[in-house]
Write a protein that binds this ligand. Sequence first.
Ligand SMILES: [Ca+2]
Length: 507
Amino acid sequence: MIAHHGFSRHTRLFACLLAGLLLLSLAPAAGAESGIVYEIFVGSFADSNGDGVGDLKGIEEKLDYIADLNADWIWLTPIHPSPSYHHYDVLDYYAVAPEFGTLADFDSLAAACAERGIGIILDLVVNHTSSQHPWFLEAQEALIAGKESEYLQWYHFSQGSGAHIVEGTADWYYEGPFGYHMPDLNLDSAAVRDEIARIMAFWQGHGVKGFRLDAVTSYYTGDAQRNADFLRFITDTAKAGDPDCYIVGEAWTNGNTILTLYESGIDSLFDFPAADSEGALVKAALKGNAAPVSKKLAEWNESLKAVSPASLDAPFLSNHDMARSRGMLRSDKTKMKTAAMLYLLLPGRPYIYYGEEIGMSGSGRDENKRLPMLWAGEGDGFTCQPPADADQEQRLTEGVDVQAADPDSLLSWYRQLTALRALAPELERGVMTAIETDNSSVCAFRVTDGTTVAVVINASPKAEAAIDLNEMGLKGGAPVGCAGMTAPAGDAFSMPPVSCLVLRLPE
Ligand SMILES: [Ca+2]
């Protein structure tokens, strides 16, 4: 195993700098996996042809950047033709939106990802379609004409009353909790399920390695058991096509409901309870009070593993539907660095929302949460135009270009943490156990998957933390890597503010 060695003969400043550089130089060789997923809001990430809209070729051009973040996966928000800028109401599940490119561009991206060991996770939006989808239009025409159509069974139509009137009819209605433009599919229909299976197989044939399921709790609104049954259908179908296919579901709900959904055998469900401004991660980073994170997350992981031993927690700070974490963390770089340590070293598969790693801003209306990636701070730093209805400017001024050259930047910190994570593969599927200390700023836990690693984080913004590995039950633990500090030589040492250490324990 790779271990750091002490730098006691250097001044502390120099040693810290070296530690950062050494860790970067220890970036894992090809094949090492961090398990980290990078979420890309496709239209706002990178524009390859100057039309102001991010596209697939733009993503391909930025794959080295993503590889430097040690991400093993990219999750693309929906890429299909859609009347909406966010593309969550789909017109054609088998096509690429023209503004994003072509199917050939997708194949090229998939091949370039495969070369780098990066898997593509596609957003699968099957709770509803666009009201302009040909399936819906054909059903609508049949209702207007008073004729039969197989597509009448694909949605939830009712006569006399309902949520949205079918245009052109006197008394036919349909369900669509997300709005009239997003009619809900009838997921009990065998024909609809067959179609969903075809869609997944089609994209697996084009190199897709995973699916992110949109709006899982709305499949059968309020019925967790039926939602779990449907998740089982999706998961089983995807894995029949590719046993390694990875499925993650968006269930923006409470822990108990999420646990019920894990009964489906789905790989991951986003850890919404730990995310956002009220979640344990941001709260701990704000206060520098990190001990509760190890306790809460260890309890959560125990619950997960009890329901589904193969499951992977999916921790994150925020996503395209939430205010960006920068604002939650008061635009304070130290707090942003702390939050990153707290979630990027947790067991499971952490999700970085594009731009979080450089500290981008965005809150209020959804468009603001999806502002263009800031590749450079000045001149043509925005390769994409903001969504049309955004009413906030990007507050971040230091783009990727500046931060990549600054060892103290947030981006450099994210690269260190993700490289550190990749040195401890136990973190992906291991069982987590909290370690209690008498310092409330310290978050410490073990993760066991055959071998055992221990993660120790000092979340205090100002105070050093005195660590005694013997007292923590970590005697003989060998440093695997660290960030914000130099590797300790003995069992008793001091951790600087905002630092973390991963140890591997003797077997
Ligand atoms: Ca473009």
